[in-house]
Every structure is written in structure tokens, then in C-alpha cells.
Write a protein that binds this ligand. Structure first.
Ligand SMILES: [Zn+2]
Length: 260
């Protein structure tokens, strides 16, 4: 596979891999680069100057990677909330990986997948930052996240987190709801898909009174995808494949919830 950045060919030819493509797209999204993958020639074009799609040379037929997959989530507004960010790293794994980075990576992958299926996605943050201001009180920070979901009239709200515990053996996936019928149904659907997709221990869809799911006006869940304090699950949370599987599993849970 060739990589061409701002018209200049990168002097490496890595093997085509989904990992590499997803990584490049994830970086491009946070940096607001334009990217284009010419599948027939296995060339990735990157435009770092602005987010406009790069224009490759005229003799190459281009297939955009951003083609839609379906329209089944058309009309749905989905708010994704990558937990923590900026000065708040969230929990930190045994090798030093940060929860805030895992949450953001999954949110960006999930956003892409949802948009390709027609949904309108609102991200409470799309980069490594606080949503309110740096070092705001935790209530002000969480309130700012809820306000974004409420102000956009989102149909559902999904907060993304990693679990952590002092005992490194603790493991598994939990999806929390705030007890209303649609919230329970959303949590149950996402939890089931995550367990199927990740093969992690099923800690269940459970009630909790977390701020972001308590004060949001729509069915809302908080996903603890796995334990960052567990060495094996840290790898799942921080690897490109693991993040892709988490995003894909949550996507399938959302589709089942909407019955589309
Ligand atoms: Zn968290």
C-alpha cells in the first residue's frame, strides 16, 4: 500500500491492513485531515492542510472510503460522550495507557460507522480536551456533556468509559442505565452485543445513578467496555482491533435497539 501525504509519496510500502487504514482514518479525523483510499490501486491520499478530500492524479479511478453502507439510521440523532479528556486522563492501565484515549478512539470509530448508516452523530468532544473548561468541577464538566445531548434533542445518549479496580483480576463488561424502560432496553441491547463481540465476562446491564445518564432527557447508557486495570483487558481497550470490535459491537446494539 502506498501513502501519499500532501502530494508526496511516503517512502515506505506497508502491507494493506484494516488496522493501518483505521489508524490513519482515526488520526485524520482528530487532526481534521482529508483522506481518500483508492482501493483499486491501494493508495491512501492524505491532505493535512485542510479537511477537504485530496484530489489524486487524474488518471486514477477513485473509490471513496467514505461511501455509505446503508440509510437505516436516517433521522436518528445519537450523542456519543467519550469519558474524561484533557487534564483528566480517567483510569490508567498497568502499562500507562489512558482511559480518555481509549474512550475517544472508540467514539470516533463508532461515529464513523453510525454516520455511514445515516445517523446524525453529536460528539461531546472529538479531541483530547475537557468539554467545559480545563479543571472545571466534575459536576460542571458532566453538566456540559449532558447539555450538549439535551440541546441537540438527541434520541439516545451513550457515554463511553473503561472500568478499573484495585484488584487486577477484575474483568468484564457492564452497561449502566438509569432505570427507565427505554434506557434499560438500550443498555440490554448494547450489553448483549458487546458480550457477543468481545467474549468478555458479562457483568450485566445494571442500574446506576451516574450524572450523565441521570440528567440526560433521552434514553441514556454508560458503557464500561472492559477493565483497564486488568492487563489482558488493557490490551483489548488500547489496541486498534479491540477498539474496532468495541465500536462495532455497540453499533450493532444500537441498530437492534432501533429495530432497523
Ligand atoms: Zn471513566
Amino acid at each position: 500500500m502506498q501513502i501519499i501525504i500532501d502530494g508526496r509519496k511516503v517512502p515506505i510500502n506497508p502491507k494493506v491492513s484494516k488496522d493501518l487504514l483505521l489508524t490513519l482514518r482515526s488520526i485524520a479525523k482528530t487532526q481534521r485531515w482529508g483522506t481518500l483510499y483508492d482501493t483499486s490501486h491501494e493508495i491512501v491520499y492524505i491532505n493535512t492542510k485542510n479537511s477537504k478530500t485530496p484530489v489524486p492524479s487524474a488518471d486514477r479511478p477513485i473509490i471513496s472510503e467514505d461511501e455509505s453502507e446503508s440509510n437505516r439510521l436516517a433521522g436518528k440523532v445519537i450523542c456519543l460522550d467519550p469519558g474524561h479528556g484533557g487534564n483528566d486522563p480517567g483510569a490508567i492501565g498497568p502499562t500507562g495507557t489512558c482511559e480518555k484515549d481509549n474512550n475517544l478512539a472508540v467514539a470516533l470509530l463508532l461515529c464513523d460507522k453510525l454516520e455511514k448508516n445515516g445517523a446524525t452523530v453529536i460528539l461531546t468532544r472529538d479531541t483530547d480536551m475537557e468539554v467545559k473548561v480545563a479543571d472545571a468541577s466534575s459536576e460542571a464538566e458532566l453538566g456540559a456533556r449532558v447539555d450538549i445531548a439535551n440541546d441537540h434533542g438527541a434520541d439516545i445518549f451513550i457515554s463511553l468509559h473503561n472500568d478499573a479496580f484495585t484488584n487486577a483480576q477484575a474483568a468484564g463488561t457492564t452497561t449502566y442505565h438509569y432505570g427507565n424502560a427505554d434506557g434499560i432496553r438500550l443498555a440490554t441491547s448494547i450489553q448483549k452485543s458487546l458480550i457477543e463481540g468481545l467474549g468478555t465476562k458479562d457483568r450485566g446491564a445494571r442500574f446506576a445513578s451516574f450524572y450523565v445518564i441521570r440528567y440526560s432527557n433521552m434514553p441514556a447508557v454508560l458503557v464500561e467496555a472492559a477493565f483497564i486495570s486488568n492487563p489482558e483487558e488493557e490490551v483489548l481497550l488500547a489496541s486498534v482491533d479491540g477498539r474496532y470490535n468495541i465500536a462495532d459491537s455497540i453499533f450493532r446494539g444500537i441498530v437492534k435497539y432501533f429495530k432497523v
